[in-house]
Design a protein around this ligand. Structure first.
Ligand SMILES: NC(=O)c1ccc[n+]([C@@H]2O[C@H](COP(=O)([O-])OP(=O)(O)OC[C@H]3O[C@@H](n4cnc5c(N)ncnc54)[C@H](O)[C@@H]3O)[C@@H](O)[C@H]2O)c1
Length: 343
C-alpha cells in the first residue's frame, strides 16, 4: 500500500494555541480518520500526549503514518471500537480532554443502514461520555454536524434555530448533541465533565477518503477529475454548501478545549461562512486541474440531502473566539495538490 504524502498546508498551531496543550493527555476517538488524524497531528505539535481509538471501519490505517515519526512516543493507537466499553475505558485512562470524532458518516448510507448509525453514533457517544465521566475528563468536544439544520429556509443557519434532521445520520448527530448537554448539566457537580458541540459544515482537506461509494463531494470530484472522468452531481447542482478546510475544524476544537468558562454542551457552527454551489465547485476544480472539458454529469437528487447550507459564525466568534484560519480557495487549492500527489 502506498504511504500518504506529507500534509500540504502548514498552519502554525503553536502561534495560535501557545502552551495550552503542552503535556496534556487527549483522547481522539476516530483519530485514524480524516478530521481525527488532523486533530491528533495538531495536538502532537502542541506537545500533548495523544491516544487514538479507532476500529478502522472507515479508514485504511495510513492517515497516522505521517505523524508517527514526529510523535516521539507521545502517540498511542488503540485499534478497537467505541462499542467495546472495556477498550474505551482503557483508551480514556488519564485523559483530560476527549475529542469525539468516531462515527459512521454519509447521509445516503444512513438512509440504508439506520440502526447501525444509531448504534455507533448515538450509543457510541453515550459510551464515550460514560468513559469520560468515569475518568474525570475535563471536557468532551463532540463532532456535531450542520445536517442538524435540515432544510431550514433561513440563511445563514444559526445555532438558535430548532434542529430539523432529515436523515438518520442527522438524527444521530442531534441525539449526540442532546447527550452532550444532558451529561454536562446532570453531572456538573464536583468538577464533572464539561462538553461542547461543534457543528461542522462540509469539512474537506488532505486525507479525506476518496475511495468509498459514500465519499464526500470534494474527495469524490478530485478522484474523478484526476482519473480524467467528469464529476457526477446528484441533483441540479444549484445546491450550495459552506465548504470548510479541515484546519478550521481543528482550530475550533482546540479553542473549545482551552476555553476557561464552562460550555455545558453549547453548540457552535464551524465553517467558513461562504456559500458555493456544487456546480461552481466542480467547474473550479476542473479548471484548476486544467480540464475545463470535464463538465459535470447530473444524476437524480438523493434522499436526505439538504438544498442550501451556509453558517452564521457570530456565536462561535463570541463564545470561542473562532474565525476561519484557512479560506475556501486556499484550502481547495492545497487539497487538490494533495490529491494530485496521491494519485
Ligand atoms: N467530514 C465532514 O464534512 C463532517 C461534517 C460534519 C460532521 N462530521 C463528523 O466528524 C467526525 C469525523 O468525520 P471524518 O470526516 O473525519 O470521517 P472519517 O470516516 O474519516 O472518520 C471517522 C473515523 O471513525 C472511525 N470509526 C467509525 N466507527 C467507529 C467505532 N465504532 N469505533 C471506533 N472508531 C470508529 C472510522 O474508522 C474513521 O476513522 C464524524 O463524527 C463525522 O460525523 C464530519
Amino acid at each position: 500500500m502506498k504511504d500518504h504524502v506529507a500534509d500540504d498546508l502548514t498552519t502554525d498551531w503553536v502561534a495560535l494555541h501557545g502552551e495550552a496543550f503542552q503535556g496534556c493527555r487527549a483522547l481522539v476517538t476516530g483519530g485514524a480518520g480524516f478530521i481525527g488524524s488532523h486533530l491528533a497531528q495538531a495536538l502532537l505539535t502542541l506537545g500533548a500526549e495523544v491516544v487514538v481509538i479507532d476500529d478502522l471501519s472507515g479508514a485504511d490505517g495510513t492517515n497516522l503514518d505521517p505523524l508517527r515519526a514526529s510523535a516521539g512516543g507521545r502517540l498511542r493507537v488503540v485499534e478497537d471500537s467505541i462499542m467495546n466499553r472495556e477498550a474505551l475505558a482503557d483508551a480514556t485512562a488519564g485523559a483530560q480532554l476527549v475529542f469525539h470524532q468516531a462515527a459512521l458518516g454519509s447521509v445516503p448510507r444512513s438512509v440504508e443502514q439506520p440502526r447501525a448509525f444509531h448504534d455507533v453514533n448515538t450509543t457510541g457517544t453515550l459510551n464515550v461520555l460514560e468513559a469520560a465521566r468515569a475518568e474525570g475528563v475535563r471536557r468532551v468536544m463532540f463532532a456535531a454536524s450542520s445536517s442538524a439544520y435540515g432544510d431550514a429556509q433561513t440563511l445563514p443557519k444559526v445555532e438558535t434555530m430548532a434542529p430539523q434532521p432529515l436523515s438518520p445520520y442527522a438524527a444521530t448527530k442531534v441525539a449526540g448533541e442532546a447527550l452532550m448537554r444532558a451529561w454536562a448539566c446532570s453531572y456538573a457537580g464536583g468538577g464533572g465533565t464539561d462538553t461542547a458541540c461543534l457543528r461542522y459544515f462540509n469539512i474537506f482537506g488532505s486525507r479525506q477518503n476518496a475511495n468509498s461509494a459514500y465519499a464526500a463531494v470534494i474527495a469524490a470530484f478530485a478522484k474523478a477529475l484526476l482519473a480524467g472522468e467528469a464529476p457526477a452531481i446528484y441533483g441540479d447542482g444549484t445546491q450550495s454548501r459552506d465548504f470548510t478546510h479541515v484546519h478550521n475544524a481543528v482550530h475550533a476544537n482546540l479553542l473549545a478545549a482551552s476555553e476557561p468558562e464552562p460550555l455545558r454542551g453549547a453548540v457552535f457552527n464551524v465553517a467558513c461562512g461562504q456559500r458555493v454551489t456544487v456546480t461552481e465547485l466542480a467547474q473550479r476544480m476542473a479548471q484548476t486541474l486544467g480540464r475545463p472539458d470535464l463538465v459535470p454529469s447530473y444524476l437524480p437528487e438523493r434522499a436526505g440531502d439538504v438544498k442550501h447550507s451556509v453558517a452564521g459564525l457570530d456565536h462561535a466568534h463570541a463564545g470561542l473566539g473562532y474565525a476561519p484560519i484557512v479560506g475556501f480557495a486556499q484550502g481547495l487549492a492545497s487539497t487538490m495538490q494533495w490529491y494530485a500527489a496521491e494519485a
